[in-house]
Write a protein that binds this ligand. Structure first.
Ligand code: GN1
Ligand code: MG
Length: 370
């Protein structure tokens, strides 16, 4: 199909430096924020695919900053990875296709921001780790990702969503959403709201340590869920890390914490059967091993000391964000059924409980790793 959701995909893709002829396009439904289309073109008789995305400008109010960051990061990673081995470079790092005028994005008449990436073939992704070893692979991949960016000054990238991980502000926003009750959903979410209030002290643990000067700012990915890692269909090895929209100055704990959230639980982010949701220590152990294999060479002692608590902080903050969105009528995270954001929030809170129960064990794992 050439026209979907009122967007002429054939016309849009022709704005980019592609010589191939358009064949078809369809919607890619994963991801909570941007609109994604997979475009197939033909070049010399061979199909070639691209990712075409409309950046959500409600979430990213300055898409040009996002695209500045993506350009800086992809170019840096390409140099770094290419210096190690040039084989399959456009599979092992994301490659932006510039517009005909050479810009990193195209703005349409309605001010929508569009970008095109080379499609990475022969890969799969998952939202749940299948084996502890897979958690180790992902930990290593993000450790390496941070390491490759460690020589890039954090000032080179912009803060695309200010205060993204500011738990205290998220907590205040939750209290405001409760008072406003704009969608009439507060009564049905009382237990979840109470849980957040009990955990109030947890939300700011990382930011407080940053403010005290105990943790350094680095360039981090900030959305390290397992879904954002592509695995080779044949070998099962990590090929590429995707979704660079929130790469910005941050704490390594935002990345490690989100990995603990998504790599250790056997359940989906929106699972309704909460008995399935828990933090599995054997997955945590492999994740920590893999991550530290790459990251120990640049982490400070204090950064290491905060790794074990990062999961509960990041998971709680995301739970609060899902809960706020539920209370406000699902304006931010895309939902596919009613109540999905509340389900997502509940899963996060159950995971936080499980992480708190096993906090000492997680600390021992990290300590034993050197
Ligand atoms: C959103 O769009 P997606 O799935 O990459 C969100 C992340 C959350 C994640 C939870 C900009 O990411 O912060 O951790 O959902 N991205 C933004 O699945 O808010
Ligand atoms: Mg994202």
């Amino acid at each position: 199909m050439a026209v979907i959701n009122g967007f002429n995909l054939e016309k849009l893709i022709s704005q980019f430096q592609i010589v191939a002829e358009f064949e078809e396009g369809h919607v890619w439904t994963k991801g909570h924020i941007n609109d994604t289309y997979i475009i197939t073109c033909r070049q010399g008789g061979t199909p070639i695919r691209y990712i075409l995305q409309r950046v959500n400008h409600h979430v990213f109010q300055y898409p040009e900053l996002v695209m500045h960051n993506v350009k800086v990061i992809t170019e840096h990673l390409r140099k770094k990875i290419g210096a190690e081995d040039k084989f399959d470079l456009t599979r092992r790092t994301m490659t932006l296709v510039p517009t005909r005028g050479g810009a990193p994005y195209y703005r349409d008449r309605d001010a929508n921001c569009w970008r095109a990436y080379v499609f990475i073939e022969r890969v799969t992704s998952t939202h749940v780790a299948m084996l502890p070893a897979q958690a180790g692979q992902v930990g290593r991949a993000f450790g390496l990702f941070q390491k490759r960016l460690a020589d890039l000054s954090p000032e080179k990238v912009q803060e695309t969503i200010p205060e993204f991980h500011n738990g205290m502000l998220r907590f205040e926003a939750l209290e405001n959403a409760v008072v406003a009750d704009s969608a009439g959903r507060v009564a049905g979410a009382q237990a979840a709201i109470d849980f957040c209030r009990q955990q109030r002290g947890t939300v700011s643990l990382l930011l407080d340590a940053l403010k005290r000067g105990e943790l350094p700012l680095r360039i981090t990915h900030n959305d390290t869920k397992i879904d954002n890692v592509l695995f080779d269909t044949e070998s099962g090895q990590v090929v590429c890390i995707v979704d660079l929209d929130t790469v910005m100055p941050g704490l390594v704990h935002y990345d490690f914490g989100d990995m603990v959230r998504t790599l250790t639980s056997p359940a989906s982010e929106d699972e309704r059967d909460l008995t399935k949701v828990r933090m599995r220590l054997e997955y945590f152990e492999e994740l920590a091993k893999g991550y530290l294999d790459e990251a120990s060479e640049f982490l400070t002692q204090s950064e290491r000391d905060h790794l074990a608590i990062s999961g509960k902080v990041i998971t709680l903050i995301l739970g609060i964000r899902f809960l706020i969105d539920h209370l406000e009528g699902d304006n931010y995270f895309r939902v596919h059924r009613e109540g999905q954001n509340l389900d997502r929030a509940r899963v996060q809170f159950k995971l936080v409980e499980s992480m708190i129960e096993q906090e000492e064990a997680m600390k021992s794992v990290i300590a034993a790793l050197g």
